[in-house]
Design a protein around this ligand. Structure first.
Ligand code: ATP
Ligand code: MG
Length: 564
């Protein structure tokens, strides 16, 4: 079901917003926010949230704030802040002048905490972390009141001011909401609202604070301060909603946003947990946050994913409250569909095998022309030098055809070189170990853009001219994990046990069409018969590097079916 006006898929959140607009709630205004914590890079799961929040703001002519949820200074830093901004922009969204930090509100949040104390709705508690856990009870047993719960308002005000002034050590005291230690919802059992953290330099506020507000307290109030109408978050916050509402009701704020939860995106064969992605980076399982195998936006960008393909993916997976486990093929099809109409075609030989055309004059070099796109003339043509010595792919030659389906080159057989002539293999040259190292062939000069006389040649293979070829490194990627759900922590063990040791295959001696020498980092191409590739910024080996974004077809689906 798509919305008639926006053309966007409807979902339960848009239905709620439609109803709120119809009833005049929030004056018909729509204001959302995307609230990342700057403790890592954004991943594909965040893209779902970004597309949802910014997409709704666009379609309803509302606003979407980018708000850094920066209340955990020891895990956060400016590198992450900058990376997140870059990724949101790259994805195609703009927060305009609405960039905020929860830390912008620290002074106001402190005042709200004081107000809670004055209303006898918060108290300073001296229980140790272990005692606090003990007093909290369990899912089946109620908790017990802290002995500090009955402190007077005056004493609480004094102690809280002294917490801020730095008189106490980390963990010595916390400020807690006074709600209900017997609540069936554990989140309402006098949750912490402020904790002490000495000796950390906050990336925005420096040394100004040694107490930091907790997420639940900060988030609802930041939403209220910014006039957010619909606060969209993932399902794990459903049980926190009563607390979200409790703070806003108890503090009597003017504006009360509505929290709505949707399910997290989980993508098969990868993980969408920042903590686990951090572990992959820190332990060196990948080369960094932008390793093309990572499900981070930075990694996907480097791999060759386009912003449009990711937005399309987010539209296709939809937004619901039910489990959102998505097959990788859905994502891969999105990038194929986006690249197919616009990726210039090129020829690249990944496993080179030398071919010498014995009837082609040694000094000769012809300039052939090839279309950049078979269906789109407007993309123009390119020059291809053709010479006596060529490279073809080793996989396109076999001494004897294994079956009738094999349409490539065999000894004594013919094949068409794409955009060029028909050749025949006359002789196979091997080294001392019996490895094929060269083919002696002949070409039919009468077959340039026309069929050979009196016979059919079915196979077409790609090639490059040996003296003109650009040597390059090509990186082929496979699933990062060899399990569909590596993040689900069953049977103990660590998710890194499921890393696919063959997730990266580096080919260091590939030959490309000469014009690929000028490819700028980020430029994408279809290497005919091999897939979509993207030029990598890495020049450290002195060779151009290309990453395979995705194969031309879904080879995985086939393998999985075969395997049962
Ligand atoms: P992680 O568990 O990976 O650390 P997080 O939810 O703590 O993720 P935040 O930076 O707080 O990371 O996330 C910012 C926003 O993105 C939140 O509103 C969060 O709900 C949403 N989000 C995070 N992961 C996903 C996901 N897999 N699918 C959909 N939305 C997500
Ligand atoms: Mg979070």
């Amino acid at each position: 079901m798509t919305n008639e006006e926006t053309g966007k898929p409807n979902n339960f959140i848009r239905n709620i917003i439609d109803a709120d607009i119809a009833s005049g709630k929030h004056g018909g205004r729509v204001a959302t926010r995307f609230p990342p914590e700057p403790n890592g890079y954004l991943h594909i799961g965040h893209a779902k949230s970004i597309c949802l929040n910014f997409g709704i703001a666009e379609d309803y002519k509302g606003t979407c704030n980018l708000r850094f949820d920066d209340t955990n200074p020891h895990k956060e830093n400016v590198e992450f802040v900058e990376a997140i901004k870059k990724d949101v922009h790259w994805l195609g969204y703009d927060w305009g002048d609405r960039l905020f930090y929860a830390s912008d509100y620290f002074e106001r949040l402190y005042a709200y905490a004081v107000e809670l104390i004055k209303k006898d709705k918060a108290y300073v508690c001296d229980l140790s972390p272990e005692q606090t856990r003990e007093y909290r009870g369990t899912l089946t047993e109620p908790g017990k009141d802290s002995p500090f719960r009955t402190r007077s308002v005056e004493e609480n005000l004094d102690l809280f001011a002294r917490m801020r002034a730095g008189e106490f050590r980390d963990g010595e005291k916390i400020l807690r909401a006074k709600i209900d230690m017997a609540s069936s919802n554990m989140n309402l059992r006098d949750p912490a609202i402020y904790r002490i953290r000495h000796g950390v330099l906050h990336h925005q506020t420096g040394e100004a604070w040694c107490i930091y507000p907790m997420y639940d307290f900060t988030h609802c109030l930041s939403d209220a301060i910014e006039g957010i109408t619909h606060s969209l978050c993932t399902l794990e916050f459903e049980d926190h909603r009563p607390l979200y509402d409790w703070f806003l009701d108890t503090l009597d704020v003017e504006h009360h946003p509505r929290q709505i939860e949707f399910s997290r995106l989980e993508l098969e064969y990868t993980i969408t947990s920042k903590r686990k992605l951090t572990q992959l980076v820190d332990e060196g399982h990948v080369e960094g946050w932008d390793d093309p195998r990572m499900p981070t936006l930075a990694g996907m960008r480097r791999r060759g994913y386009t912003p449009a393909s990711i937005r399309d993916f987010c539209d296709r997976i939809g937004v619901t409250k039910s489990t959102n486990n998505v097959e990788m093929s859905v994502l891969e099809n999105c990038v194929r569909e986006d690249l197919n109409p616009c990726a210039p075609r090129r020829m690249a030989v990944l496993h080179p095998l030398k071919v010498v055309l014995e009837n082609y004059p040694e000094a000769q070099c012809e300039t052939l022309q090839a279309a950049n796109h078979p269906q789109d003339e407007s993309m123009g043509v390119r020059d291809l030098p053709f010479t006596r010595e060529l490279y073809i792919d080793h996989e396109d030659f076999l001494e004897v055809a294994p079956n009738k389906k094999f349409k490539r080159l065999v000894t004594g057989g013919e094949v068409r070189l794409r955009n060029a002539y028909v050749i025949r293999c006359d002789e196979v040259i091997k080294d001392g170990d019996g490895e094929i190292i060269e083919l002696r062939c002949s070409y039919d000069p009468d077959t340039l853009s026309k069929n050979p006389e009196g016979r059919k040649v079915k196979g077409v293979i790609h090639w490059v001219s040996a003296p003109h070829a650009v040597a390059a490194e090509i990186r082929l990627y496979d699933r990062l994990f060899n399990q569909p759900n590596p993040g689900s922590d069953r049977e103990g063990g660590d998710f890194t046990d499921h890393l696919n040791p063959e997730s990266l295959l580096t080919l260091t001696r590939c030959y490309l069409e000469p014009n690929l020498k000028q490819a700028v980092p980020g430029a994408f191409f279809q290497f005919e018969r091999e897939g979509y590739f993207c030029a990598d910024p890495d020049q450290s080996h002195g060779l151009p590097v290309f990453n395979r974004t995705v194969t031309l077809r879904d080879s995985w689906a086939k393998i999985e079916k075969k395997g049962g």
